[in-house]
Design a protein around this ligand. Structure first.
Ligand SMILES: [Zn+2]
Length: 383
């Protein structure tokens, strides 16, 4: 069984989290990862995704050539960008626990994944383990709409199955995830003086409120959720407001349920707006609605008996651990890969309390995932 070098893994993680890489500014960490993989014999290049999304680097694509012929290539992927506040990270180390000083996120999401991939590849190299071709992809802009994965140039690498390392528990392999749509509703009412002529106005805020009050939100069913997260509108307390903008989202692992929920939310606004009419000086005036619903990413649903799933479970068993398949409520690069025809599941790395300044991780979890990954590569090579 592989013996991962815990200290080296920890050191690389600590180095990576101290290189600033908020979305669209991943260049420096990309160059560091490129050096790491080139030192292991990989051939690295960037695609043009960075130009398309206005970032300072593209996705980093690295090929580690096979040392054993005739094997299918394996994809290993993690994202290089972090959420804010993510600049000037000062990690605090307490044994195997790494956290922040409370002023920034740690960026273990997803530098733990980047470090795990590097260490697993280094193990192959160091132990001279025969292996098939390995395509490592470090993506940009995951945190701002999976833009790196959406713009990834698939023809620059061969692997069509593998893993994304971008979730918390090393014991969980996410194979199902929801699709998501973002929604925007703009209700236009009719402006009037709130004290002298309220009957000559239509309150956009009141109309929107009626729509929202009639809406199914929160956990709609076991695979569907919906949320309205932002409301902006109104200019002064003595003006009947003529405009309000409401933004939200809907998610479901079932595409039909997602479409139904989105239609339900649109219908609630349409009927509240249709009811809001008044007559001014003999003329009928009504509220109006502008709205948009845009697909953010599609659901992923990898069968339990897919070869990559079975191999990860077997690899974990060989290391004396258990990895179980699971469903998540979030989206990640794997959603995009699966939608684009690849089979890519999401394995946890130990990142915890992500997207908060309380983010932390336990290096032992990263070791577990790195060991499972080495075993996976051995299984892939028929060892
Ligand atoms: Zn992530």
């Amino acid at each position: 069984m592989a013996t991962v070098n815990k200290q080296r893994l920890k050191n690389l993680l600590l180095e990576l989290v101290q290189i600033d890489s908020v979305s669209r500014k991943e260049r420096e960490v990309a160059e560091r990862l490129r050096r790491e993989l080139e030192s292991l014999g990989a051939t690295c290049r960037y695609d043009r995704a960075g130009e398309r999304v206005g970032g300072n680097t593209g996705n980093l694509i690295c090929r580690i050539s096979a040392t054993k012929p005739g094997l299918a290539p394996l994809l290993l992927c993690a994202h290089m960008d972090t959420v804010v506040p993510g600049e000037g990270v000062k990690p605090i180390v307490e044994g195997d626990i790494i956290r922040t000083d409370g002023s920034t996120v740690l960026g273990g999401d997803d530098k733990s994944g980047c470090a795990v991939i590097c260490e697993a590849v280094r193990q192959l190299h160091e132990q001279n383990i025969p292996h098939g071709p390995i395509d490592v992809v470090f993506t940009i802009c995951e945190e701002v709409g999976l833009l790196g994965a959406k713009n990834l140039e698939l023809d620059l690498f061969e692997a069509r199955e593998g893993l994304v390392f971008d979730s918390d528990s090393p014991g969980l392999l996410f194979v199902r995830a929801p699709g998501a749509q973002t929604l925007m509703f703009k209700v236009m009412g009719y402006e009037a003086h709130a004290g002298m002529a309220p009957e000559r106005g239509i309150s956009a805020i009141k109309v929107a409120s009626e729509a929202i009050a009639a809406m199914r939100l929160g956990r709609v069913d076991d695979e569907t959720t919906a949320n309205l997260g932002v409301i902006q509108g109104g200019r002064a307390i003595n003006i009947v407001p003529n405009e309000v903008v409401v933004r939200g989202e809907a998610r479901s692992r079932n595409p039909e349920k997602l479409a139904a929920q989105v239609n339900h939310m649109i219908d609630c606004f349409k009927s509240a707006v249709a009811r809001a009419t008044i007559t001014i000086d003999g003329k009928q005036v009504g509220a109006t609605l502008d709205y948009s619903a845009d697909a953010q990413y599609q659901a992923m649903n990898i069968p339990e008996d897919a070869p990559i799933v079975r191999k990860v479970i077997e690899a974990a068993r060989r290391t004396g651990r258990a990895v179980n398949t699971a469903a998540t409520g979030g989206g990640c690069d794997a959603n995009i890969f699966n939608h684009r025809g690849l089979t890519v599941a999401n394995l946890g790395t130990g990142m915890r309390d992500i997207h908060t300044v309380r983010e932390w991780l336990d290096v032992k979890d990263m070791v577990a995932t790195a060991e499972v990954t080495v075993e996976l590569m051995k299984l892939q090579a028929g060892l």
